[in-house]
Each structure stands twice: as C-alpha cells, then as structure tokens.
Design a protein around this ligand. Sequence first.
Ligand SMILES: [Zn+2]
Length: 494
Amino acid sequence: MTRSEKTNPNSRSDTRETSEDDCALSKAVCVYLARVGFPAKQWPGMKLRPNVKMKSDETRNRCFLEMNLLGDGRHVFAAAIDYSDVESKLLVRRTRMPDMKYAILIPDGAADDPLPELDNRTPLEAANTPNMDEVARLGVLGTARTVPDGFESGSDVATMSLLGYDPAKYHTGRAPLEAAAQKIPLAPTDWVFRCNLVTVIDGIMKDHSAGGISDADARTMIHDLERAVQVPGLEFHTGVSYRNLLVYRGSENFELATRPPHEILDEMVSRHLPKGIGSDMLQSIMQHSQRVFAGHDVNRVRTATGHNPATQVWLWGQGHPPAIPKFADRFGVNHGAMITGVDLLRGLAVLLGWDVVEVPGMTSFHDTDYAGQGRATCAALDRFDIVVSHIESPDEASHQADWKTKVAAIEAIDEHVVGPVLDKLRSGDQWRLLVLPDHPTNIATRRHGYAPTLFAMCGIGLAPGGSTAYSEAQAVRGQTISEGHELMAAFLGK
Ligand SMILES: [Zn+2]
C-alpha cells in the first residue's frame, strides 16, 4: 500500500514511511480474513480500501483494522492484529462485530454409535432432524475431540473444552464447577465432592440417579444424612435431582481416585470404591448413608410406586475451586448467557462471567419444556452476544439405554430449539450457530463415549462444506479438530 492509497487522512498511519510494514500489514489482513472465514479471493487483496481504515499504534507492529464488509456503513468489523511475524504469529487481540450474535446448542450425549435396533443407524441419523440437517448443509460439519487423553469422558471436561478452555489447564474436578453454580463460597484449600444419590442393589450399581429422584425427595434424604454424619468441616448442599454436593473445609488432605457412578453401571461397586489418601473418610460416609437410607420413608414410597430407591450416596468428582479466565477477556465477546437444566453448566457460566437464564419447566429429562427452552434461547439472543443452550435429556436417555426416548428427545430438540433458533438468527444478518453434543453417550454401554463428537456450524463467513445431514458418519469425513478447546476460536472467527 502506498501513501496515496490511504483512505483515512487523519489516521496516524499517514505518518508512517516504511513500505515493508505496509506490505506485512496487507498480508496480515489477508491472512486474518481467511482465518475468520472470508477467503482472500472473496475480498481480493486490499481492493476493499475505500472501506478500510488502518492506523498503526506506537509499537508499529500492530494495526487496528476497521472494515465495512458490506459497504453499507453498518456492518463494521474491527480487529486488532499483531503482524510482527505474519507467518507464525498472527495474533488477533480483539475482534468486534457490532450486533454479531453467536448461538451454541448442546444436545448432551446425543452422538452415538450405530444401533441394531435402528437398522444400524445412530439415534441422530434415525431421528427426523430437518433443522440440524440444515445447519450441516449450510455450513461446516466435522468432529472435535472434546475429551483429551487422560480425562474421564463427562460434561465437565467436554463442555469446558467446547467453550474454549483446555481441561488440562483449567479442570480441577466436576464438583467445584457445580459449587460455582450454587455460588457456594470456597477458599482455595476447600474440597468439593459430588454426592450422588444412587441405587445399589446386591452390591451392583444399578442407577447413578436413584430413578431421577425429585428435588424434594433428595433434599429430605440428604438432610437426614447430614444430621447423622458428624464429621467436623463437612457440609452437604442439595442441587438438582440426584446431583448433590459435599464440601469439606477441614484439615484432612486428599489424594484420591474416585469413579463416576454412571461409568460403573451394572458393575460391582466394591471394585470402584474411592482409593488413596483420605478415602477412609469417604467410604465411611457412603456406608453411613446405606444405614440412614435403608427403610427410609422416601424409599418405601419410591419402591411402592415402581421408582428406584436411593440406597446410598456415592462420592466422586472432587477438586479445589478452579481459576478460570473470564470469557470476555479471553475471546472479546462480552455478554454471554447460559440456559441449562444442570448445575455443572450453570457453574461454568458463573466462572466465565456469564448470566444464567432460568426457564420454568426445564429439567434434565425428557419431560423438560423443550419449546420453553427454545423460546428462552431466542429471547436471550436479543439481550446477549453469545448464548449457550444445553439440553440434557439425550444423555439421560442414553444412560437408561432407552433408545426410543433418545430419538424422541433429539427430535424434540430439533423441532423446538434448533428450528426456532435458526429462524431467529436468520432474521438478522450477522450470526453464527454451532450445534454439538459435548460428548457421545452410548446406548450400548450406557456410558459416555470417548470418540470425537460431531459438530456443525453455519453463519456469516462459513461456506457450505458439502454435507447433507447432521450425521456421525458424514462428520468423520468433514473437518477434524483434534484439540477440542480450539473449536471455540474457529466458531467465533478469532
Ligand atoms: Zn451423562
């Protein structure tokens, strides 16, 4: 670029003389535009100059770029770009697209393997999902490995990844994330444990959720357990359904291996009890709960009405509170909201500095108000720059090996959440939509899977990749993201 071509006579770039800098800058802008989804051929070189304003800052190796992409004075795109080493270190400090809306829809555990009951199709492939298929057709379909090596597959690790945070760096345990949701004040030295109400029959883990026990029943039982267990520094906190927490503020140290109860379904629990330093205390609380819950009124009613009783608590998912940078600081997208029926994701939202939007009638099971969640997600897009809407029901159906309910849940999500949100976004013109299960949950094993999960994203700057349906088989032929936490930057165009 030469001086005569500069378009903003008032910018400090006019005082610059070095044409090498200009060349590097021009290249940096092209590389950057390609990265955010505007291929150079679509925006050839610097021919956008009438709408491009640039100025360098004092360091001379960073530019602030403002582009009017559609030439209408409204669609201004701004970024700060470090072009000191264009080839290897193009760093985007901050990107701002006024009015840009991002929506992420998470049908938890929806991905699966082909099932004989479904003519060797997966539940997503068997379900009627015109809207998810449309997202796949409009944009990019692929797979992302959201559970890194060495981690147990679960929504804590997988959701942290898909929100752009490397679990290897930020994950301290599942329970501390849920404690954040309940806004339980924690010191860095405190420990938090997940305290599931579970059903163990004849020494076998039959149900990690005690039949999806109600909040009221859970409260009664946890309260009775708390009165019976007298260990200094222990506090029980009830959550949603079977998902309760135990906080330990005492002096005991822990170095523990624990197992999630949903990972040991139909197995002998004696092989999976907490092991390591401090495990005696946990085992004694679990044994204590067996005595308190045996013959409990709540269990008598549950058994008489055909529901799984809560035979004991199961302690796992322990950790200290994590230190997680705010989403706005990390990605430059300011106002975020989370819509979910589970505390784990509420907690992540709190740690990210996001609002949590509550929807009456939303549960983690197939009885949830899908349409209510769809409406709430659309409404939140008016108020927030990025909205994550998480639906737990396909995961719970998978843990129960209930493929019919899983297919029905996927169809309900497609009709009542994905469809309305896609319509809502299309009524504007600067948006991106990402649809992905956090992890697979396999009907065949009733457990979370470790295979990379499928994702589809569409919207401004994302060209169709040739996929025709939201299907695991098609996704493996699409884009591969081996570090799941890198998907967020690709989605945001950072
Ligand atoms: Zn699950």
